[in-house]
Write a protein that binds this ligand. Structure first.
Ligand SMILES: [Zn+2]
Length: 290
């Protein structure tokens, strides 16, 4: 019920999925009440808050921008921090795209498990959903419904022999995020590679950081990490964008074939829809349950 940060710094180095440029990212403890703050250490520590007001572009990856300074492909890192309940952290980056690592959030959750998590003095302020809020865009739907806990459900339906219909619901408590969502990797279709590259995207993409689907299977020679790894990665991405809400939530989040653009619009409109939620420290319930 109290805010949390990480117990010590962790560091990663690798290429950005879209730019192909190398970058080092360091995640550091931050004081209570700070939230998640990115710092461009190559630009005099310019700071960018991870919130919906900073979202700039969301075609293939979520990009934050402020005063002309941007940080790209933040969603897997933010998903990991939000999924395991880190409220406050500084994220230092020496370039403009967060490294893709292995295409999942597992390197983050493993490193955070090694250094540990610290409870801070400040009570958490939850955004508690009191009335359902649903957005639709064609056949895509994203909604959040009242619940005593925070859980996420996702449905996908891709006409591909390895995917088809996949559906999963995970309650975000304990190590559930680290165990069931974090390991799921980015995926894409080989038939899209040329078009994406022509648009200056996925220059750092490889079989080391993505599942690449062919019409009948995949190019990767290693096995899937879960039979339904695809829907799990969609959940990972949704949580990364939902993290831009900037505080913990009590509600049941449910997506059906959504995507980055709908995710970020959803967060912005939910925050504006103040009759659908209340802010709650849960202090009374904590006291009575002791
Ligand atoms: Zn992703």
């Amino acid at each position: 019920m109290r805010e949390q940060t990480i117990a010590g710094p962790i560091e990663f180095n690798g290429v950005g999925l879209h730019t192909g440029e190398r970058a080092t990212v360091r995640i550091l403890p931050a004081p209570a009440g700070k939230g998640i703050i990115f710092r461009r250490v190559d630009l005099e520590n310019f700071e960018l808050r991870a919130d919906v007001a900073s979202v700039a572009r969301v075609a293939y990856a979520t990009t934050l921008m402020s005063h002309g300074v941007w940080i790209s492909t933040v969603e897997h890192l933010l998903s990991a921090l939000y999924g395991i309940g880190i409220d406050n952290a500084y994220v230092e980056l020496d370039n403009f795209e967060v490294p893709i690592l292995d295409g999942s959030a597992l390197p983050y959750t493993e490193a955070i498990a090694r250094v540990g998590i610290v409870k801070q003095k400040r009570p958490r302020l939850y955004l508690r959903i009191v009335k359902e809020f649903v957005l639709k865009d064609g056949d895509k739907t994203l909604g959040i419904y009242p619940s005593q806990t925070f859980s996420i459900q996702y449905d996908i339906n891709f006409p591909h022999p390895l995917i088809g219909k996949q559906k999963l619901e995970v309650e975000l408590i304990g190590t559930n995020y680290a165990d069931f969502i974090a390991p799921a990797r980015t995926f894409g279709f080989y038939s899209d590679v040329e078009k994406l590259q022509a648009n200056g995207l996925i220059r750092g993409g490889s079989l080391e950081n993505a599942i690449v689907l062919t019409p009948t299977g995949m190019l990767n020679e290693t096995a899937l990490r879960f039979p339904d790894e695809f829907v799990r990665h969609k959940m990972l991405d949704l949580l990364g964008d939902f993290a831009l809400i900037g505080q913990p939530v009590l509600g049941r989040l449910a997506g059906d074939r959504a995507g980055h653009a709908l995710h970020t619009r959803f967060v912005a409109e939910l925050l504006e829809s103040t009759s659908h939620w209340v802010t709650d420290s849960l202090a009374a319930e904590t006291a009575s349950s002791r």
